[in-house]
Design a protein around this ligand. Structure first.
Ligand code: URA
Length: 212
């Protein structure tokens, strides 16, 4: 794992191997979806490293003991539509009690800025770890706008899980939301003229949902 201030790159061999399979354009859609879910689970493991635990009494088949249990309020996971849905189940596999929210943004073709078309969030974001999920941190404009919405709704601690990040997206997030931790499987080289991450894996939404 490599860690700069707010960027964590999870370079575990399982994550690296699964990501390479996902990058391969020959990987079929069902495999792509399964791999994304598996990597989401592994990235969540890192993103939740600092969740609070408290000792509670339990009884094992052999004895009584004080055992560590998660002690804070349930985290919230927010999918940035539509590709964020590809990560959602992997997060829920390891945090089944998480509340779930959705944020939909589209890009205004004139201003090139993200515009909200949907937002449904659980109440009481304050005090909870809010995990925003979007596979591709490209320009960073959508992620920054989504985090704006989360903070307006009361979120105080936000973490962004993405499969791939571009330096441009990381810089955008660091400028707009320097407090937000980013957990990713890889930091790629750059964006091309169409805004795709290079080497990347293409359009994540199309590959998840078979729409290309
Ligand atoms: N969104 C994608 O799906 N892929 C990219 O490379 C960039 C943004």
């Amino acid at each position: 794992m490599s860690d700069t201030s707010r960027l964590t790159i999870v370079a575990h061999p399982l994550v690296r191997h699964k990501l390479s399979l996902m990058r391969d354009s020959a990987t079929p859609g069902p495999d792509f979806r399964r791999l994304l879910r598996e990597i989401a689970l592994l990235l969540t493991y890192e993103a939740t490293r600092d969740l609070p635990v408290a000792m509670q009494p339990i009884t094992t088949p052999l004895t009584e003991m004080e055992a560590p249990m998660l002690s804070g309020p349930d985290p919230v996971v927010v999918s940035i539509l539509r590709a964020g849905n590809g990560l959602l189940d992997g997060v829920l596999d390891v945090i089944p009690t998480a509340k779930v929210g959705f944020v939909g943004l589209y890009r205004d073709e004139e201003t090139l800025r993200p515009v909200q078309y949907y937002c449904k969030l659980p109440p009481d974001l304050a005090g909870r770890l809010v995990i925003a999920v979007d596979p591709m941190l490209a320009t960073g404009h959508s992620a920054a706008a989504a985090v704006d919405l989360l903070k307006q709704a009361g979120a105080q601690e936000v973490c962004l899980i993405c499969l791939l990040a571009a330096p441009e997206g990381v810089a955008c997030m660091e400028a707009a939301h320097p407090d937000v931790r980013i957990v990713t499987a890889a930091l790629d080289s750059h964006l091309n003229e169409k805004g795709y991450i290079v080497p990347g894996l293409g359009d994540a939404g199309d590959r998840i949902f078979g729409t290309q």
